[in-house]
Each structure stands twice: as C-alpha cells, then as structure tokens.
Write a protein that binds this ligand. Structure first.
Ligand code: VGL
Ligand code: ZN
Length: 206
C-alpha cells in the first residue's frame, strides 16, 4: 500500500481577500500543514490561468461572474479573474508549508478550456501528468483536501476514483464556494456515493 496526499489549490485568490474568495478558505491551511507531515508523498496543485482564460467573465463582453456560457461546446460557469499565472493571487497562501510538497501540478493553462479536476481538463482530453506521476510512484491510495470543495476538490475526487485509486476526502481540510446553498453537502454525498471515503484529518495515521 502506498498513499499520497493531494493538496488542491490553496492559493491566495481562494482565501480571504482573494478574487474568488471561498468562505473560511484560510482555515484549511493548518489542516493541510498537519496532514502533510503524515505523508511521505505530497503533491499540490495550482489553478494557473493565462490572462485570456475563457472562464473569466471579463473576457466575454456583457457577461458577469456566475453567468453560464458555452465554451467550445462545454457548459462553463464564468468566474471573476483569478489565479492568473505569476500573479500574487495564484501563489500558495504564505502560511502553507510548501517545503512538505514534492511536486506541483498546474491546471487550467489552456485558455480554451477550464480544468476543475487536478487530473484532466473538463472535457477529459488532456491530462496534467498527475495520474501518471502517482502510478509511477506506486501510489494506490490518495487523500485529497483543499479548495474549493464543490469544484476542484469534487472533480479531482471523482477522477481519482475513475482512475482506480482508493480515494479519501479529508472533509475538515476543505471549504466550498456554495454558489447555491448546500452545494458542498451535495458534493460530499455525490463523492461518497461514487465510492470516496470521507474522513477527518485527525483520523489519519502518520
Ligand atoms: C476553482 C472555480 C474556478 C477551484 C478554480 O479551485 O475550485 N473553482 N477555478
Ligand atoms: Zn479557475
């Protein structure tokens, strides 16, 4: 058995004062730091968009954040400009102990398509390399935490299950956007139904 921890998108723009602020997003940072210490393999992801990214409302005349459009044939929620490559908002939160991260994978780099999952873009056409990296390292179990629970964490968990990993969601290490009330609870139920095991960080052994 080889396990890995995947730390999803703990970036300034998803935390307090960020462009796509997730309520209480900062509270996942101490959970991430404590949990990372228990794992011999830790990877992290960054939402990493070019400035012309198609998921930004500002790149579509007359559209606002929250509007839904068709982007290359896929339904796309429009977001505020966030996690632009090289910007402060895209950096990991300062308090996150990045010394415990072995490798970082970026996603959302193609302007034409969004990528919520840390494994594949939303059309499942291109992969980030994370799945192969984990398999090369003999990983068969993944633990996932981070932001945002109802988007990137949710899609990452579902893809991890599809790729055959035994998949744990570290619930107290996640917070959701909750565009609609209850989205986070719905996401947890869906992940559980599809086979994810929901745990609290304190239950995880070193
Ligand atoms: C995310 C919306 C847009 C996330 C990224 O990391 O959950 N959500 N881009
Ligand atoms: Zn994004």
């Amino acid at each position: 058995m080889m396990r890995a921890l995947i730390v999803v998108d703990i970036q300034n723009d998803f935390c307090q004062g960020g462009a796509l602020e997730v309520r209480d997003g900062d509270q996942v940072v101490p959970v991430a730091n404590d949990t990372m210490k228990k794992f011999s393999l830790v990877v992290a992801t960054q939402d990493w968009h070019p400035a012309n990214h198609g998921s930004f409302a500002a790149n579509h005349p007359w559209r606002r954040p929250g509007n839904v459009i068709q982007l290359n044939g896929l339904e796309q929620i429009l977001w505020p400009i966030h996690c632009v490559q090289g910007s402060f908002g895209a950096e990991f939160v300062r308090e996150l102990d990045t010394s415990l991260i072995q490798k970082v994978f970026v996603k959302g780099t193609d302007p034409q398509i969004d990528s919520y999952s840390c494994f594949f873009d939303n059309a499942h056409l291109k992969d980030t390399g994370l799945g192969d990296y984990l398999k090369e390292n003999g990983v068969d179990e993944v633990y996932i935490l981070g932001l945002a629970l109802d988007y990137c964490v949710r899609y990452s968990v579902l893809d991890a299950l599809e790729l055959g990993f035994k998949t744990y969601l570290v619930a107290d290490g996640c917070r959701g956007v909750n565009l609609k009330e209850g989205d986070s609870d719905k996401a947890i139920s869906e992940m559980q139904e599809k086979g994810a095991i929901i745990v609290r960080s304190t239950e995880i052994k070193s």
